[in-house]
Design a protein around this ligand. Structure first.
Ligand code: SF4
Length: 235
């Protein structure tokens, strides 16, 4: 869930110029950096290919569940070729616990095929190339670029990033690509990778989808949603 049901639109934010919003965004960023100094992806991986597969599996699932699945998955399948060798239904069974396993198995087979045919079996390191892989959209590409290649080409927008962007009044779009564009205008490029992880950490630990803990939030006075009772009720 991105924007909780029943919450007012981000246009609730009192009159604020773009420069003021940018300043507020950067103050929030500094506080979250202090609160979560070791922020990183919660997915376990040892190389870009494993991260790519883990990120595909994480859609509509939890990182914890994906990490349980990949402990054995990455011992059995070590390369794109290994995934293509799986018997019909075998891969689906191996990733079943992550949900939407038919679609995910299709994506993993498709991207494995593409990696072999177009990229010599290696995961490419540009947004443009990553987006040519089946099942890979900007969110997945951003996760791979940031974590595996240390590149800041965008901001991965997952359900937490979407929800917090809404509550902070940084974006009121439903389309995550548009939310990403709004965030990219507010934060310095060298922080894009961290912005995503920090918002995810804060969404998991304090700014819950239901009943956010505004009373103990370090950015309370910088957050317009803290002053709107609707966000503290069940979504
Ligand atoms: S003040 Fe409340 S709504 Fe705003 S970020 Fe903190 S927990 Fe979330």
């Amino acid at each position: 869930m991105g924007k909780p049901k029943g919450e007012p639109r981000a246009s609730w934010v009192e009159k604020e110029t773009f420069e003021e919003k940018k300043k507020r965004a950067r103050t929030i960023l500094r506080r979250l950096e202090k609160l979560y100094p070791r922020t990183r992806t919660a997915l376990d991986y040892t190389n870009p290919f494993e991260l790519l597969v883990a990120t595909v599996l994480s859609a509509q699932s939890t990182d914890k569940m994906v990490n349980i699945i990949t402990v054995t998955l990455f011992q059995k399948y070590r390369s794109p070729e290994d995934f293509l060798k799986a018997k019909p239904g075998e891969l689906e069974q191996d990733i079943k616990a992550s949900g939407f396993f038919n679609q995910k198995a299709k994506s993993i087979r498709g991207l494995s095929q593409k990696l072999i045919s177009d990229f010599g079996g290696e995961v490419p390191s540009t947004m443009e190339e990553l987006l040519t892989l089946p099942g890979v959209a900007r969110k997945t590409a951003n996760v791979v670029l940031g974590n595996a290649f240390g590149k800041n080409e965008g901001i991965a927008v997952d359900t937490h990033v979407h929800r917090l962007s809404w509550r902070f009044g940084f974006s009121d779009h439903d389309d995550t690509n548009k939310v990403e564009q709004d965030l990219m205008k507010l934060f310095p490029r060298d922080k894009w990778f961290n912005v995503s992880h920090l918002l995810i950490d804060h969404g998991r630990n304090v700014c819950f989808a239901r009943n956010p803990n505004c009373a103990e939030c370090v950015v309370n006075e910088l957050c317009p949603a803290a002053r709107v009772p609707a966000v503290r009720k069940k979504a």
